[in-house]
Design a protein around this ligand. Structure first.
Ligand code: PGA
Length: 249
């Protein structure tokens, strides 16, 4: 049995004060909830406030990106050393918004992923097709290509902590959720590709999250799919009650 991971991606929302307010309300709502692993990924500047607020709870704190070098002349980037020094355990890599607006490619996703794994983080590697690719019947090819390139030259041993998030780009922030069946089908394609790359044992243990307009009212149906091992939640994770309802689907 794979323990589900429910992760919040706050994107560029909330200040440190708003972060503290969130945890003050959220933690009591999920106290004692051990069925699923819970992680919150706030913006970088909110990480210290989130770590402080979540101290002593079972909620992990993750970053939304990480650079592939430990330090250097890389203005505006953040390194594994800096995140480790804070106590961060998880990191999102290759989110579609980074791919779409900030020039992230399959190759830079691969570099970031290698570094995150090397440094001991649990990376949540995001993949997913855009609407035109789905409509052209290219979804499976896109998912396979994104996996092959993201995991290039990484061994199964190194990749042990890897988590994948399947996030169809047409479902992100649009209110259009993939049906549980569509998501499960894509997850099966990804798991097959991961089997090819890392082997059967690895693929059997790998957690594949679904992301894209997950809400309290659709979480249960999505999580009921055997292929879906959790969720990466954007908009609906900003409100403590709504995110707690998703966690407790
Ligand atoms: P959404 O975002 O839940 O707001 O669709 C998901 C994500 O981008 O990770």
């Amino acid at each position: 049995m794979r323990k589900k991971l429910i992760a919040a991606n706050w994107k560029m929302y909330k200040t440190p004060d708003q972060t503290r307010d969130f945890f003050r309300e959220f933690l009591p709502l999920v106290a004692g909830h051990t069925r699923d692993e819970i992680v919150v990924c706030p913006p970088f500047l909110d990480l210290p406030a989130a770590l402080e607020a979540a101290k002593g709870s079972d909620v992990g704190i993750g970053a939304q990106n990480v650079h592939w070098k430990e330090e250097g002349a890389f203005t505006g980037e953040t390194s594994t050393l800096q995140l480790l020094a804070l106590g961060i355990t998880h990191v999102i890599v290759g989110h579609s918004e980074r791919r779409q607006y900030f020039g992230e490619t399959d190759d830079t996703v691969n570099l970031r992923l290698k570094m995150a794994l090397e440094a001991g983080f649990t990376p949540i590697c995001c993949i997913g097709e855009v609407l035109e690719e789905r409509e052209a019947g290219a979804t499976d090819d896109v998912l396979r290509r994104q996996c092959t390139r993201a995991f290039h030259a990484i061994s199964a041993k190194k990749a042990a902590k890897l988590v994948i998030a399947y996030e169809p780009v047409w479902a992100i922030g649009t209110g259009k959720t993939a049906t549980p069946a569509i998501a499960a089908e894509a997850h099966a394609v990804i798991r097959n590709e991961v089997t090819r790359i890392f082997g059967e044992d690895f693929a059997a243990k790998l957690r594949i999250l679904y992301g894209g307009s997950v809400k309290p009212d659709n979480a249960a149906a999505l999580m009921a799919e055997e292929e879906i091992d959790g969720a990466l939640v954007g908009g609906a994770s900003l409100d403590p009650k709504s995110f707690a309802a998703i966690v407790k689907y």
